[in-house]
Design a protein around this ligand. Sequence first.
Ligand code: FES
Ligand SMILES: [Fe+2]
Length: 372
Amino acid sequence: MIYDCEDGMTGFLRNVWHMVAWCDEIGQDLMSRRVCGQSLLIFRRVDGSAVVMDDRCPHRFAPLSLGNRDGDRVACGYHGLVFDAEGHCVGNPFSPKIPSGAAVRTYPVIEQDSIVWVWMGSAADADQSLIADLPFLRDLPEERLLRGYTRMRANYEYGTDNLMDLSHIEFVHKGSFAGAGVIFAGSHEVIEEGATLHSNWWMPDVAAPGHTTGIYPPNMRTDHWLDMRWNAPATMQLTVGATPLGGPRADGVVVEQAHVLTAETQDTTHYFWATSATFPLADDEATAGFKALFAKAFDEEDKPMIEAAYANLEGADFWDARPVFLGIDAGGTRARRILQKMRRLELQSTPAMSHDAGFGECPPGVGVSPHC
Ligand code: FES
Ligand SMILES: [Fe+2]
């Protein structure tokens, strides 16, 4: 089931762009990745364009990713039905006749900002302008970018809570980003701007933060900011900035980060992240240290805490568990409310939307399967 709750309190959003991979993760090999509970087959056509389709053969449901490629065609590894990149069955080893219903659903896919985005809902609504922009990923040269991935055993909204409430750096990131009290010297605001949320920290007159190392002297007084922008379902851009005390932001040292969370299942999340660097990355000690810092922060600090908190709920609903609010957590709370509203609207417009309904018999207006 795609929606496990009829009031939209929980479940997946389908009429949004989901990040399924970094562009350089996909190639000629057949790759499988689960998004919103569905196994997807991902590969590049011979001409290099990306294909995303259900990783499930309509005969006995074998993953097509266990099959073989012949040009742009994929032969199922179980009994040999052949499908083209548009999901049509084009070969049956047992008959010249193509069996009825032998088709695989394909999905709209766009590559933008080094990211492969997939639209899991109605193809007619797949509007590229709805992709949240991450311009630094296309504007900066590769040697100024570090990209990563980690898988979390927690629902993606708990990852959003973490990112929209950066007060946790004072506690969780003592061994990496180490806030050293700057959060307590700052002020926080959450701004809602159409479909975009901002969760911003402003910390005036603090010691030069870590990202300015090598540029500002460590004890220099600075104004420091952490601006997080959110768009549904969970595309976030963090701007980490510092400027000499009282100086204009435009003169500051700025690092941009992307944090994109994709629901793998209700209980697991693909966490894609990227950061810019203030120096060219190379095969050297400084780059190794930089990579180790981020791996430690996301893999060894954020991930265990988010997973442990999620496991502690033992499947209970977030709101039913009656979370205490501190104010600084307003960003994640607002994001949850927006997602809830979007799910309700989606349910109203496509009440029968589910994987079971969408696979054999697509509900009206849903999907780009050739049989719909
Ligand atoms: S499961 Fe694919 S051809 Fe039988
Ligand atoms: Fe964190």
